[in-house]
Design a protein around this ligand. Structure first.
Ligand code: GBH
Length: 482
């Protein structure tokens, strides 16, 4: 996409927050420090061969547990407005429930206070996938109904401690990923009797109940807080104009965003198509639960990295229910990337480590319109993660060329221009969080897949800004209303 001249009708509202994001297990390290209990990711990374393809762990990661002051100072120096991070549940409650670890509370006190000292808006996620191991082993984690009360008790501790300092809250990160995309390997944790195909829906059910409780806890502590969960998914482009593909697109929205957004934004219940296709697996909400869940998201917090072409599966929609795999995506639709036809600014040269992600920013205005029109979030839409792994960055041998990341720079530039277009068309976008503050443990992909706007030398723990860090803030320097 050619760069466009500054358009006089474009601007970000004065209070638009632009920030950077990270998550506890991906950046903190210090896994045995100050009373932290183990999480499932300690087991997954240490004990399950090749679960992380490189067998790397978060033991040290970016050493953020010890270098957070420097990290916050650096983003403040850059002119960033917000810092989004997640709390490690098993630091605060080493066994997931019960005894509270004061040292962890004091640690996060200081992270939050440091943000405030630097005039950075702290934004806090309670759960970004690092479940306390004890809860996994005692009742199957998110597959056990006990998780709802344990998450609620955790939320009470968190909101009572920090509601007066933190306004922006996210309860649970990307449930479709940990409920379905990253199934836990069999044999490492407590066995469950729930059939594999049903597991994503039981997990999701408990997520919604836990989220709703946490939302109400937060509001009882301070009714003005902004509280949401975070969903993820790309924009869904209909591959052909056939009605089969149109239906596949609708299924894709419902099985990704709608699964969690319909209950919270629309009516306390699952989307009709979800009920149709997976009725045998989907638990029911009581009328009381529906009322409790409805209205429990203040903004639509979406991690929107990319776009996908959606089409009907070859074998017909029967595949929705006949597929026997564990996978969340029940083959109700297929997704594809059409590299060859030049649909994407980044084609075959995209990062082979992230085949799910292309620079597809042209569809962002349509995406934002769709979210606003469909779910009508009262407090607007926030893009709570967006970013791209620069192709082959991990293979570059010299620091200078790592720090020049033109693909990521143009991704942020073009994505933000697309948001400016949507804003000028009346979509209420309230903030963006770049993923990520710096390169970190990219879950099952290890450290080799890099999303940072900063590079970290993992031997010396020195941090360096990449060009994209400056590109990101420059767009706001130009377009933010004074
Ligand atoms: C986010 O998920 C996460 O919140 C964050 O922790 C992570 O570091 C970041 O994205 C970058 O990936 O390999 O084809 O099976 C984004 C959604 C869902 C995208 C799982 C990758 C695996 C696709 N992710 N998905 S595939």
């Amino acid at each position: 996409v050619p760069l466009q001249a500054k358009n006089e009708s474009w601007s970000f509202p004065k209070d638009f927050w632009y920030g950077v994001a990270g998550a506890a297990y991906q950046i903190e390290g210090a896994v045995k420090a100050e009373g932290r209990g183990p999480s499932i990711w300690d087991v997954l990374s240490h004990r399950v061969p090749s679960y992380v393809i490189t067998n790397e762990t978060g033991d040290v990661a970016d050493n953020n547990y010890y270098q957070y002051k420097e990290d916050i100072a650096r983003i403040a120096a850059l002119g960033i407005k917000a810092y989004s991070f997640s709390l490690s549940w098993s630091r605060i409650l080493p066994f997931g429930s019960g005894q509270v670890n004061e040292e962890a509370l004091r640690h996060y006190d200081d992270v939050i206070d440091t943000c405030l000292q630097y005039n950075i808006i702290p934004q806090v996620t309670l759960y970004h996938w690092d479940l306390p191991l004890y809860l996994q082993n005692s009742y199957g984690g998110w597959l056990g109904s006990e998780i709802v009360d344990d998450f609620t008790a955790y939320a009470e501790i968190v909101f009572n401690r920090w509601a007066s300092k933190v306004h922006h809250w996210f309860t649970i990160n990307e449930p479709i990923v940990f409920c379905g995309f990253y199934p836990l390997p069999v044999g490492f944790f407590k066995n469950t009797t729930i059939p594999p195909k049903q597991q994503p829906y039981v997990c999701g059910h408990n997520v919604l109940l836990a989220h709703a409780n946490a939302y109400h806890v937060a509001k009882s502590v301070n009714s003005s807080l902004s509280v949401s969960f975070k969903t993820n998914g790309g924009y869904k482009i209909q591959r052909t104009n056939s009605s089969a593909d149109a239906q596949a697109v609708q299924r894709a929205w419902d099985f990704q965003e709608g699964w969690f957004a319909n209950p919270t934004f629309i009516n306390g219940d699952y989307p009709p198509l979800l009920k149709d296709y997976v009725s045998t697996f989907l638990p029911n909400f009581t009328e009381e639960q529906k009322a409790h869940i409805n209205g429990t998201a203040d903004i639509f917090a979406h991690d929107a990295y990319t776009s996908d072409f959606i089409m009907a599966p070859d074998s017909g929609i029967d595949a929705c229910t006949s597929n026997s795999s564990h996978s969340l995506y029940p083959q109700c639709y297929n997704t594809t990337k059409l590299y060859a036809n030049n649909y994407w600014a980044i084609g075959p040269a995209g990062d082979p480590g992230t085949p799910w992600l292309n620079k597809a920013t042209d569809w962002v205005p349509a995406f934002l319109h769709y979210m606003q029109d469909t779910w009508k979030p009262k407090g607007g839409i926030a893009i709570t993660e967006f970013g791209i792994s620069e192709p082959y960055e991990e293979l570059r041998k010299d620091l200078a060329s790592i720090l020049i990341d033109p693909i990521r720079s143009s991704y942020y530039h073009d994505y933000l221009q697309a948001i400016l277009i949507a804003l000028s068309e009346g979509v209420n976008v309230v903030g963006t969080l770049a993923w990520s503050i710096y390169d970190n443990l990219e879950w099952t992909s290890g450290y080799g897949v890099k999303f940072g706007i900063q590079y970290v030398n993992l031997t010396t723990q020195e941090r360096y800004f990449k060009a994209s860090a400056f590109e990101y803030v420059n767009v706001f320097n130009v377009y933010l209303e004074k």
